[in-house]
Write a protein that binds this ligand. Structure first.
Ligand code: SAM
Length: 324
């Protein structure tokens, strides 16, 4: 079992395969942002697989593939097949904006992705375009393809922003009831460049829950593999709604994850600068035992908790660079 210095079991790695994204969500990347890493800086699929084999040998059980937008990296199913075959990995999931899911959902499912999370902040085409710079119809087509491919549950992640999309939370609940999706609301975190939607439009999700209670009967619920979300169920339906509250009610005491960025940095906390660069070691030709030692040294750096509230300007890297 991989444990950090605070006794937390680290059984979950969020694995970023690229920092690139075909959307520019206002709270994530600045409009027009082009300063991406070069593909040569990314770990190859063989390197990513090797690192994940080492994590698994140390006790990691779950991997989530993320980015940037993971489906922008070519031949992703090849990596998925290799990761799914690693002994000890019980759960291989994917976070995506779904713009490319219509074409790839079935292949991803066959390659070994067990669960999919889709980011969706608005059901209104003009507003969706305003928040993300993208086209809503592509995302909806991707979601329907994921459903047809048999992914279940499909979780919708909605970042809730005051004066941006709080008026859509009831619509989103109804949409998820209709399509049998799970819904999670997320608070914005000040990552990268506070002053944009991440800070100016922050909303405490307890207010959203109160807003929903005037429309729906919410009863306490659970969700297997629910992670940090606190779940309720909408009475009379199968819909589970999760509230992910890193700002108003942080869940650092139970944090079980680290992130590996596409360029081979292990980030120990979203809201701290603790980082362990692995790529140069890997490319020096270290042994598997040495690789495991490096991972253990990285885990020893995991901080007790984020300090987004105390130091909101602390994290200058963007979410897409860390691996969301
Ligand atoms: N492209 C994929 C997607 O859209 O899900 C995976 C990467 S994306 C960075 C992962 C998640 O991070 C998304 O749900 C996104 O909404 C969230 N995210 C990005 N910046 C954030 C911020 N400042 N605060 C809260 N969530 C953020």
């Amino acid at each position: 079992m991989l444990r950090d210095t605070f006794g937390r079991s680290i059984e979950y790695v969020r694995l970023s395969v690229t920092d690139r994204c075909d959307l520019r969500c206002s709270y994530c990347l600045p409009k027009g942002f082009k300063d991406f890493q070069e593909p040569a800086e990314w770990l190859s699929y063989a390197e990513l697989t090797r690192v994940m084999q080492a994590f698994a040998a140390l006790g990691t059980r779950r991997i989530r593939i993320t980015g940037g937008e993971p489906l922008t990296r070519q031949h992703l199913p090849e990596l998925i097949r290799d990761l799914a075959a690693i002994p000890g990995i019980e759960d291989l999931s994917l976070s995506t904006n779904a713009t490319r899911l219509a074409k790839t959902a079935q292949e991803l499912q066959q390659a070994g992705v067990s669960r999919i999370n889709v980011s969706l902040d608005s059901l209104q085409p003009a507003r969706f375009a305003q928040i993300t710079g993208g086209k809503l119809d592509k995302v909806l087509a991707g979601l329907m393809a994921a459903k047809a491919a048999g992914f279940a549950p499909i979780k919708i992640n909605m970042v809730v922003m005051r004066e941006v999309n709080t008026d859509e939370v009831v619509d989103m609940v109804n949409f998820c009831i209709e399509h049998d999706f799970t819904l999670r609301f997320i608070e914005t975190m000040p990552i990268g460049n506070p002053g944009r939607d991440a800070t100016d439009h922050y909303v405490d999700l307890r207010d959203i829950k109160t807003q929903l209670e005037t429309h729906f009967d919410l009863i306490p619920g659970v969700m297997p593999g629910g992670g940090p979300a606190r779940y309720v169920r909408v009475a009379g339906t199968e819909l589970r709604i999760g509230f992910i509250t890193p700002m108003s009610q942080h869940f650092c005491d139970t944090c079980n994850r680290v992130r590996l960025s596409a360029d081979g940095n292990i980030y120990l906390c979203l809201g701290q600068n603790a980082v362990y660069p692995l790529r140069e070691h890997l490319r020096r030709g270290i042994s598997d035992t040495e690789l495991q030692q490096h991972i253990l040294q990285a885990i020893a750096l995991k901080p007790a908790r984020h300090e987004f509230n105390e130091h909101p300007a602390h994290i200058v890297r963007f979410m897409a660079q860390t691996g969301g």
